[in-house]
Design a protein around this ligand. Structure first.
Ligand code: RAM
Length: 334
């Protein structure tokens, strides 16, 4: 009899487990579409997204991006995500305008779309999360190189792709600073070149700058891929101390160049936090807690409250500045 009771109990428990499984809501699917795969900056953003998904519960993160940073590659991916009926898409755009038709299509099917890191224009997304104020980032880059070259000499910019929303916005601010800030009147911006966020192309572009501008004093590379490649180019060419370097770099990739003197100082925000915050915002959009309108706010767990500003733009925080003395501490995190 005892045995029989035990069997019944096991059966009841089993039935409960099966029925709970059958009626549990399926996990939400949130896709993070990045500029390209194989970029450690975005891998760190993905880690933040996974952390948020775990904290919120019931979310599957799909991490995708084209092999090279093109809008065409991202359009194909978004098309397939629409077919997969994902609930939300978080995208770092390779082009501000070219993605609008496809993301509009996604939104017409009820998918919540936001951009982060590199924006889609206002019509093509509900929210855009920028890491830090655009003017602040651009001005800071010029000041960082200015201090390294004692505010005198030729400077070049080594960017990512020519269509990247984020780099182009920062470069516009930098150009204004060079042109109109009296503090930089003895500095001259001589060229802007594009390494397309590919290490080998960025390296070749840096080498090309040394050839074309023998008096070059400094490089600003506002891309993690570009600044690491420029650090290597300066080192390989024996130009440490002759050509200074700053940019937006991952401490983990730049520690070597900060310590060998190729890169005196550089900046960045925490990409893990960026991916974490973006996922929190997308979750709030999916749950209908926000629509992406100015004045709304999102309770973003350990990141506190994120406010939605004009045109659906939200700002994360201020960049950190790294040098040989503090780089190791951050290199452990990102
Ligand atoms: C590269 C990408 C990314 C940018 C960082 C700073 O990894 O271009 O979009 O935000 O650099």
């Amino acid at each position: 009899m005892k045995k029989f009771h035990k069997l019944i109990t096991i059966l009841v428990v089993l039935m409960m487990v099966v029925s709970v499984g059958a009626f549990a809501a399926p996990n939400l699917k949130i896709a993070m579409v990045v500029k390209s795969m194989g970029n450690p900056f975005f891998d760190a953003c993905r880690d933040g997204a996974m952390e948020a998904a775990k904290a919120l519960g019931g979310i599957d993160i799909i991490y995708q991006g084209p092999a090279t940073p093109t809008a065409e590659g991202q359009i194909e991916i978004i098309d397939s995500l629409i077919a997969q009926k994902v609930d939300g898409i978080i995208i770092s755009a390779n082009d501000k305008d070219a993605l609008i038709p496809i993301t509009k299509k996604a939104m017409s099917k009820g998918i919540k779309v936001m951009s982060f890191d590199s924006a889609i224009g206002p019509g093509g997304r509900l929210v855009d999360l920028i890491p830090s104020d655009t003017t602040l980032i651009g001005k800071q880059q010029v000041e960082l190189i200015g201090a390294l070259i004692k505010y005198t000499g030729e400077v070049a910019i080594l960017s990512a792709t020519s269509q990247a929303t984020n780099q182009n916005a920062w470069i516009e601010v930098m150009k204004k600073e060079f042109a109109s800030n009296a503090k930089y009147s003895k500095m001259k911006l001589v060229a802007t070149v594009y390494g397309d966020d590919l290490s080998d192309k960025s390296y070749r572009e840096a080498m090309g700058l040394f050839e074309s501008y023998p008096n070059l004093k400094g490089i600003i590379s506002p891309t993690t891929v570009g600044v690491a490649a420029a650090g290597k180019a300066i080192t390989d060419k024996g130009l440490i101390g002759k050509v200074q370097l700053t940019g937006l770099g991952l401490p983990s990739e730049m520690a070597f160049y900060a310590k060998n003197g190729a890169c005196g100082q550089f900046a960045l925000w925490n990409p893990v936090d960026l991916g974490f915050s973006a996922t929190q915002i997308t979750f709030a959009l999916i749950k209908g807690k926000i629509k992406g309108a100015e004045g709304e706010s999102v309770a973003a767990g350990r990141m506190g409250t994120i406010k939605i500003g004009k045109d659906g733009v939200a700002v994360m925080g201020n960049p950190f500045v790294f040098n040989k003395d503090n780089v190791d501490k951050y290199a452990k995190i990102f």
